[in-house]
Design a protein around this ligand. Structure first.
Ligand code: NAI
Ligand code: MG
Length: 356
């Protein structure tokens, strides 16, 4: 049966980078991948057309689709519209609507880009980490919360860290399955020595591990994990953690690679349906100039083939093609270094398609 990909180009460089990712997917369509695209606006583009950042037209397409491919949203022309209608609200709305509770963020440093990192090349060259972050629970959402006034007139801020075991279990399974597809090593990050919520987290991870005997499970306190990520990041393969720890650690890990234009992401729900998008924003400063790096979006499409369509071999091929073009010395401006060939967004897409 033909599967459907909802394609949401969004704003700024979104349409340019999405165009290149779609060309890459077309290569596999020609080889028999049975998918159709349905284009819909999100963010500012949707506000312009429908007066809302995640309109019903887009909702209907995304709810029915098997996967969603997103460019990026936002731009200065939307800064003065009312908060609830801003492009970024469209992003939060679609994540909530599709219940995308599992955020997968790889931090990969291709050996060819070892100089892009602020860390020494020998520490980071060949880095390939996947951080699995819980995205819809934890201290970001639980009640009670707020800033209250006490009887003596002083103020107090309150947030609540809470996870139900079912929430831990479902993200745990996603992480173990991802580890199974990679190097069968999973590190669960917690603060179980101090926080009961994360002590439960650790217990559940140990319980789930019985279902995945081939995966080696380890545990690390979050403060140590933050240190280890800059000290010896290559010791990690897959890391799984809650929403707040994952927010911080995934940003830390992504910066080890030093190149925002290279980082894909996936956000999945329980049915395996996912939304795939680059980690960067809409880059209004370079929009419409054919300067954007399309590789993060192309690598997001590879994640889509891997996680939503079970096409691991196709995903591997895309990742290898990206490495090939880097080996050829082709660089967009964001990853350019002396001695390489400066190319634009379309030419980078051309090169990836040629490498495939
Ligand atoms: P940004 O990620 O769009 O840009 C930061 C810097 O990185 C800029 O200099 C930009 O030119 C460069 N850059 C980003 N992606 C690039 C690529 N593919 N190739 C080459 N260079 C690239 O972040 P910024 O400037 O903070 O935000 C711009 C807009 O994007 C804002 O409206 C923001 O709200 C939105 N945004 C959207 C996100 C999303 O859709 N997921 C995520 C982050 C920001
Ligand atoms: Mg963050």
């Amino acid at each position: 049966m033909t599967q459907t990909i909802a394609v949401l180009p969004g704003d700024g460089i979104g349409p340019e980078i999405i165009a290149q990712a779609v060309r890459v997917l077309d290569v596999f369509k020609q080889r028999g991948l049975d998918v159709d695209y349905q284009f819909a606006p999100l963010g500012g583009a949707a506000y312009d057309e429908y007066g809302a950042p995640y309109p019903e037209f887009t909702q209907n397409i995304c709810r029915k689709a098997d996967a969603v491919l997103l460019g990026a949203v936002g731009g200065p022309q939307y800064d003065n519209i009312e908060r609830a209608l801003r492009p970024e609200r469209g992003l939060l709305a679609i994540r909530k609507d599709l219940n995308l509770f599992a955020n997968l963020r790889p931090a990969i440093l291709y050996p060819e880009l070892a100089n892009a990192s602020t860390l020494k090349p020998e520490v980071v060259a060949g880095l390939n980490i996947l951080i699995v972050r819980e995205l819809t629970g934890d201290i970001y959402f639980a009640e009670p919360r707020g800033i209250g006034q006490l009887a003596d007139g002083t103020r107090e801020g309150v947030n609540t860290m809470r996870y139900h075991e079912s929430e831990i279990r479902r993200i745990g399974h996603i992480a173990f399955q991802a580890a199974q597809k990679r190097n069968k090593k999973l590190c669960s990050v917690d603060k179980a020595n101090v926080l009961e919520t994360t002590e439960l987290w650790k217990q559940i991870m140990i319980e789930i591990s019985a279902d995945y005997p081939e995966v080696e499970l380890s545990h690390m306190y979050v403060d140590n994990a933050a240190m280890q990520l800059v000290k010896a990041p290559k010791q990690f393969d897959v890391m799984v953690t809650g929403n707040i720890f994952g927010d911080i650690l995934s940003d830390e890990a992504s910066m080890l690679t030093g190149s925002i234009g290279m980082l894909p992401s996936a956000s999945l729900n329980e049915t395996g349906k996912g939304m795939y998008e680059p980690s960067h924003g809409s880059a209004p400063d370079i929009a419409g100039q054919d300067k954007a790096n399309p590789l993060a979006t192309i690598l997001s499409a590879a994640m889509m083939l891997r996680y939503s369509f079970n096409q691991d071999a196709f995903a591997d091929e895309i990742e290898q093609a990206v490495q090939t073009v880097l080996k050829q010395g082709l660089r967009t401006a964001d990853i350019y270094e002396e001695g390489c060939t400066l190319v634009g967004c379309t030419a980078m897409g051309d090169a990836v398609v040629a490498a495939l």
